[in-house]
Write a protein that binds this ligand. Structure first.
Ligand SMILES: [Fe+2]
Ligand SMILES: [Fe+2]
Length: 299
């Protein structure tokens, strides 16, 4: 073998060797690649799974939200139903209370042969005066409900005195006067604002602004405004109606008395307000006028 041949042989050997190395390297690279790509596949597969799980979880959450929303709406509905039921019950309780109070007043008045409309008119006049002297709507409404009870104490006064035609003698009058205190005693123990107001009205509706009234003979603003207002309303209506012992007065005579008693029997401010609101007061009188049914003669 010549030198050239040797060179070629060693070159080949070198090249062969390199090719082998290269082949080995390439094989390693391929293996490495396929291992990595398998890992990648695995990772992609895993993340796909996680994504699906996430989506499912999201759907589940949305369903839960929807359920919660429905539940909330249902709950709101139930709460609203409950509230309106309570409101309804409250209205019923208030209406019942009003009716009971009104009926008690009517019983008191019927004992002295007043008409049912007397208490209605007194109630309305009281509210007009209450609003006119600055009371708010709620309080004025309460006084409207309480004032019909001013004479509730009369249920404890004997018929013979209550329905006596003509004037009372001194004893009878003293007896009659007790209705104010008796009414107060009947009502004063109640914790209800309305009945407490009614107790005050019963107690103080015969007191006089300048003194001289009963049962306590108190004066001026010592007399509760409820008592002062009911006094004007009650006397105005009583004078304008027929009673077993007298005929109704005409308006001019009543107005003259009111002017005369301004600052004496009655709170002067209330008399002024009475005249300022006379139209409204006369409208009430007209609306609740007493109707007397005539008995037809032989059909
Ligand atoms: Fe009275
Ligand atoms: Fe009365």
């Amino acid at each position: 073998m010549g030198n050239d041949d040797k060179l070629i042989a060693s070159l080949e050997a070198f090249l062969n060797n390199d090719v082998e190395t290269l082949k080995g390297n390439i094989e390693k690279l391929i293996k490495d690649y396929s291992r990595k790509s398998r890992r990648l596949d695995k990772i992609i597969h895993q993340s796909d799974k996680q994504q699906r799980e996430l989506l499912e979880l999201n759907e589940e959450l949305e369903r839960t939200y929807a359920e919660l929303d429905e539940y909330k709406n249902h709950l709101e509905e139930k709460v609203e139903e409950g509230i309106s039921e309570i409101k309804g019950l409250n209205v019923e309780i208030e209406e019942t209370q009003k009716e009971v109070v009104f009926t008690m007043g009517a019983i008191g008045e019927s004992r002295s042969k007043e008409t049912g409309n007397h208490v209605k008119r007194v109630a309305e006049y009281s509210k007009i005066l209450a609003l006119a002297c600055g009371m708010d709507e709620d309080e004025a409404e309460m006084l409207k409900q309480a004032s019909p009870m001013h004479d509730i104490g009369k249920i404890a006064i004997p018929d013979a005195i209550l329905n006596k035609p003509g004037r009372f003698d001194e004893d009878e009058f003293e007896h009659m006067k007790r209705h104010a205190e008796l009414g107060y005693e009947m009502l004063r123990h109640s914790p209800r604002t309305l009945l407490k107001a009614a107790a005050t009205v019963a107690y103080e509706h015969h007191e006089k602004w300048a003194g001289g009234g009963y049962p306590r003979n108190i004066q001026g603003e010592d007399i509760h405004i409820y008592g002062r207002i009911t006094a004007v309303a009650d006397v105005f209506d009583a004078l304008g109606s027929d009673r077993c012992y007298k005929k109704a007065w005409d308006d001019e005579k009543i107005f003259a008395l009111f002017k005369e008693e301004r600052g004496k029997q009655f709170d002067p401010k209330l008399i002024d307000l009475f005249f300022e609101n006379l139209n409204a007061i006369l409208d009430v009188r007209e609306k609740y006028r007493d109707l007397f049914t005539e008995t037809p003669l032989n059909g």
